[in-house]
Design a protein around this ligand. Sequence first.
Ligand code: B12
Length: 329
Amino acid sequence: MLDALERYTAAALRGSRLDAADIAAEQLTSAGDLGHPVDLIGRLLAPSQRLVGERWANQLCSVGEEHAATFVTESVLASLAVGFEPEPTHGTIVVACAEGEWHSLPARMAAELLICSGWRVIYLGPATPAAQLRSYLAGVDVDAVGISATITANLPGAARSVAVARKLGLPVVVGGRALGESDHRARALGADGWAADLADGLDLDDVLWDPGPRPALEGDWATIDRSRVSIVRDAIDWLGRHHSSVATAEGSWLAQVVDDLDDIVGVVAAAVLCADPSIVSEHRTWLSALVGAQRFPTAVADVGFDAVAAVVGAYSSVAADLIAAADLG
Ligand code: B12
């Protein structure tokens, strides 16, 4: 018999909210070990979404199925968590996605986990621009801010979100897949704390560190991030001169090339911000596997990096050196 994770994921991928909710409820009420929403999120809903992501990346499910699964899991999360909401004891935290970050479900899961651990949560959802976050925070009485980032290209946006909250004197905790597995990136963003896992809730005394140096909001990373459109345009010109197939690209294929280049430039800005070339190599490995799964030669991923490497030096020598230092093997 298929285990609960596989059955749940299959139901979510076929868009069957009732089946998925039944499997989740069965786990909550049976003698199974997922007796609380915290466990349900950590051991069923989040792993199911990761599985869906892997299947999408390996061309084993379509974008439509991935969207359907996300809707099902959002619904299950909302319906199951409500009955478990305790009286808030920790104060109020605003949870928002970083500027540019459209992965709202990770932040939503984090919000539910915070609620279960006694926080009152105001959840702002996806991609709140930093300026709007600032005006929102200026008008509410809250104790802390949580910023979520899923893809590394959005770490520069996260740094701007963090900065506006800190300027208002609010402690900022960051989390999400883009932060990696140590506090290094969180510190580079200027956050006050980082939490990878909210299974045991969030106690600010445990996660906040002493204020250290903050990243300057101007600098090479900001120049690159601000110049994304021009760098992508230069990279397309470079590709046109060096790879004739790109010179004649049009329609959706050209749009895909532009998107991929824009992501690479965002990732380079993030790597410069965090002084961490592994951010570039990680993205290169991921993109190569993705184009391989799409049955394109993996060299298609290399040329995007070659193009950005060739043109970015005109904007930032630090970025050019960082790409050269990244292991793009
Ligand atoms: C659903 C989904 C989408 C949906 C999101 C819908 C939504 N409402 O969220 C949509 C369609 C928008 C989307 C878009 C894209 N996606 Co997407 N997506 C996913 C998927 C399958 C699931 C996301 C999810 O629900 N995660 C929920 C759980 C699993 O996330 P989690 O990080 O573990 O969250 C926990 C902790 O991190 C923590 N946490 C999270 N936030 C916070 C905040 C604080 C303060 C704290 C303390 C803790 C905390 O708590 C959470 C619960 O335990 C992921 C796969 C994955 N591994 O996440 C891909 C994935 C993230 N996407 C990916 C990609 C590439 C994209 C796109 C670039 C695709 C494209 N070309 O369009 C765009 C980028 C959009 C953007 N600019 O933001 C890649 C990223 C790879 C990479 N290079 O980094 C992934 C990993 C898929 C893959 N395997 O390749 N995506």
